[in-house]
Design a protein. Structure first.
Length: 69
């Protein structure tokens, strides 16, 4: 579930948050956005690969144990 496309004029770092727990992703998104980051999300590994290719984030925060590789 990609949430935000980075604006070309936006020089803030983008972080991809990958976790199958939607509540945790939302909480982490709120925390990171409040600290000035642009955040995109994925709910599983396949979605993360797609979002990574589209958004090219500078950092990935990923759950190590998810049901879909």
């Amino acid at each position: 579930m990609m949430k935000e496309k980075k604006n070309d004029n936006d020089d803030r770092a983008m972080i991809l948050v990958v976790d199958d727990d939607e509540s945790f992703r939302s909480l982490l998104r709120l925390f990171l956005e409040n600290h000035g980051y642009v955040v995109c999300e994925a709910g599983d590994g396949r979605e993360a690969l797609r979002v990574f290719a589209e958004q090219e984030p500078q950092l990935i925060l990923m759950d190590a144990d998810m049901p879909v590789p």
